[in-house]
Design a protein around this ligand. Structure first.
Ligand code: CP
Ligand code: NVA
Length: 307
């Protein structure tokens, strides 16, 4: 069973294959209507069930469009309207859905829930974000970086702000795709040590600092995310601690002249990123958002054993 709970489930070679496939499929349908199926419709007849225990715009729409473009279809279920929301177990939900659909995508809080889902499902389970990681986002991010003409091995990616789920998946990707990560966070908001060690074990250089400028110096890619993730407290002291890590023009100026700015969105312009950077010529955030469709098509194909 090919579950996609984290990037390591696929490994570096499969991720490289996903990135190639995503580029090919994207190029082949450049000016087509967005809902038209790819010529080979490789997932014709397949249905994806999506469970959301947290809000989503991009993940929800991009998985639905990905399934349409692969010739299949998707259904969205908000957990509040499911028996899951009234206490039916994850295990029973996994076994029932496995009898009815071809794959399951779930966005939830506790990563243990998605592991439980995968344990009991007999169809692939895909992580659409947990408190721990966001692997689908990072396949789209890598695709976006490659489209900008940047090769992954040896790339210097710099992260600013909160050491969160998105950063964890960047670190996991660094271990698999051999790029380096500089991380600037306030004290106490570093990523989990397990992910830093994973990246280093894979051969990536990971720098942890409280000096935002130092992390930005000569970087190829500048990345940030919301200071307050879904399910977290909007604590005043956290926001205050994050202020020096805003990605603004002064910080961008310390990166390479051709550096790109990434943000998984939704953004809080004026907090983690200034308006001039978000709207500026180095920002590729809307390519990145579109690439969720193209990346997820390849993830779905890998899970279905077709890549
Ligand atoms: N980046 C991302 O996952 O967006 P949504 O929360 O809108 O799905
Ligand atoms: N870190 C953010 C990502 C949203 C796509 C969150 O978990 O809310």
């Amino acid at each position: 069973m090919k579950h996609f709970l984290d990037l390591s489930d696929a490994g570096g070679d499969a991720i490289a294959a996903m990135l190639n496939d995503a580029q090919d499929r994207k190029a082949a349908r450049a000016s087509w209507p967005k809902g038209k199926a790819d010529a080979d419709a490789p997932l014709a007849g397949h249905v994806l069930a999506m469970i959301f225990e947290k809000s989503s715009t991009r993940t929800r729409v991009s998985f639905d469009m990905a399934m349409r473009q692969l010739g299949g279809s998707a259904m969205v279920m908000d957990s509040g309207n499911m028996q899951l929301g009234r206490g039916e177990t994850v295990a029973d939900t996994a076994r029932v859905l496995s009898r009815m659909v071809d794959a399951i995508m779930i966005r939830t809080d506790d990563h243990a829930k998605i592991e439980e889902m995968a344990k009991h499902a007999t169809v692939p389970v895909i992580n659409g974000l947990t408190d721990r990681s966001h692997p689908c986002q990072i396949v789209a991010d890598l695709l976006t970086v490659i489209e900008q003409g940047k090769a992954l091995p040896g790339l210097e990616i710099a992260w600013f702000g909160d050491g969160n789920n998105v950063l964890h998946s960047i670190l996991e990707a660094a271990s698999l795709m051999k790029f380096n990560v500089r991380i600037a966070t306030p004290a106490g908001y570093e990523p989990e040590a397990e992910f830093v060690e994973m990246a280093r074990k894979g051969g990536a250089t990971v720098t942890l600092t409280q000096d935002a400028g130092e992390a930005a110096d000569g970087a190829d890619v500048i990345v940030t995310d919301t200071w307050v993730s879904m399910g977290q407290d909007h604590a005043h002291n956290k926001i205050a601690a994050m202020a020096p890590y805003q990605v603004n023009a002064a910080l961008m100026a310390r990166a390479k002249p051709d550096a790109k700015f990434l943000h998984c969105l939704p953004a809080h312009v004026g907090d983690e990123v200034s308006e001039s950077v978000f709207e500026g010529s180095q920002s590729v955030v809307f390519d990145e958002a579109e690439n969720r469709i193209h990346a997820q098509k390849s993830i779905l194909l890998w899970c279905a054993g077709k890549l």
